[in-house]
Design a protein around this ligand. Structure first.
Ligand code: NAI
Ligand code: MG
Length: 357
């Protein structure tokens, strides 16, 4: 039966990188008989411009109907003056919440071919293979009450609320433990239990769920220490499970261990492995339209989609090995060379990188 993929390119470099991911999917359609139909939809700033809302009802309906969703990136300076409820980022948060995509899997592993692209010393990052499991539909991003209020003395005050219910923590903890079971059987839960009651509760619930997984070694770490440890000695981690906001921040940090945020894919899954797949980076307005964005994070997100939602692990392997091969051949977008001098750039445009894969 034909599976439907919603293709939501979004803003900035979104359409540039998505075009390359679509190219890969189309190749798999013809060469490997992948039975999919791609349906495009508007999300983010472009959706606001055309439809007046960052997540128009027809896009939400498409995402709900589809077997999986591919998303590029949203946002840009043009939409910053808008009320937060109409900003492009709301389109993304709205999709995560409406589709109940509570489990965000963000692998950060280093390609041997890119050992020199990390800002860290090779001995610190070589062989690095971490999976960050970030809770995605709770925490301060969704907690109520929230807003900006005026106090009795006339001073204004901004406020957001960190909230986690027991069931929300339990289900993400299970994803963390089960992911660890498939890997090195080590799970580190990251919180700020020393000062935030909400995450003190997080630690308590994760510990209790852990009793069901005696084969997984569970440790806990405060988020500030985790930030330090990820830079100091990242190879101590196997799977990390953490809250929405800590996961957001730590996964950007982890991306730099591997060389570039342009390399890191993600899967956001519901309880039935229906998912949305996207690079972890944003719309990169600073390089949009220049043809230098790295499409590999998006192409690797295609591989995650094939593995988790479409039941085609074989094709996921194929895409991932194509990426490795292309890197081995020396194809590099500008971001993967970090601080190298201009003369050392093997600068290819997005189209060539995607084409090569
Ligand atoms: P960003 O991730 O867009 O960019 C950060 C830096 O990484 C920039 O220097 C950019 O050029 C570079 N970069 C990102 N992706 C790249 C790629 N594929 N190839 C090469 N270089 C790449 O984060 P920033 O600048 O904080 O946010 C820009 C906009 O994106 C904002 O409007 C923000 O709200 C939005 N955003 C959207 C996200 C999403 O759609 N999932 C996630 C994060 C931010
Ligand atoms: Mg982020």
């Amino acid at each position: 039966m034909t599976q439907t993929i919603a293709v939501l390119a979004g803003d900035g470099i979104g359409p540039e990188i998505m075009a390359e991911a679509v190219k890969v999917l189309n190749v798999l359609k013809t060469s490997d008989g992948l039975d999919i139909a791609l349906e495009e939809g508007l999300v983010g700033g472009i959706a606001y411009d055309v439809k007046g809302h960052p997540l128009p009802p027809e896009t939400l309906a498409l995402a709900k109907r589809a077997d999986a969703v591919m998303l590029g990136a949203v946002g840009g300076a043009k939409w910053e003056p808008l009320d937060i409820s109409l900003r492009p980022e709301k389109g993304l948060l709205g999709l995560r919440s409406a589709l109940n995509l509570f489990a965000n899997l963000r692998p950060a592993s280093i390609y041997p071919e890119l050992a020199d692209a990390s800002p860290l010393k090779p001995e610190i990052v070589s062989g690095l293979d971490i999976l960050i499991v970030r809770e995605l539909t709770g925490d301060i991003y969704f907690g109520q009450p929230r807003g900006i209020r005026t106090l009795e003395n006339g001073e204004k005050q901004g406020f957001n609320t960190m909230v986690y219910s027991e069931s929300e923590i339990e289900r993400i903890a299970h994803v963390g433990f089960q992911s660890a079971q498939k890997r090195q059987k080590k799970l580190c839960s990251i919180d700020k239990a020393n000062v935030l009651e909400c995450t003190e509760f997080w630690r308590e619930v994760v510990t209790r769920v852990g009793k069901q997984y005696p084969d997984v070694e569970l440790t806990h770490m405060y988020v500030d220490n985790a930030a330090m440890q990820l830079v100091r000695y990242p190879k101590q981690f196997d799977v990390i499970v953490t809250t929405n906001i800590f996961g957001d921040i730590l996964s950007d940090l982890a991306s730099q261990l591997t060389g570039s945020i342009g390399m890191l894919p993600s899967a956001s899954l519901d309880a039935n492995n229906k998912g949305m797949y996207e690079p972890i980076h944003g719309s990169a307005p600073d390089i949009a339209g220049k043809g230098i964005a790295n499409p590999l994070a998006t192409i690797l997100s295609v591989a995650m989609m094939l593995r988790f939602s479409l039941g085609r692990a074989d094709l996921a392997d194929k895409v991932e090995s194509a990426v490795k091969k292309v890197l081995a051949q020396g194809f590099r977008t500008r971001d993967i060379l970090g601080n190298a001098s201009t003369s050392q750039y093997k600068l290819v445009n997005t189209q060539e990188m995607g084409q090569a894969v």
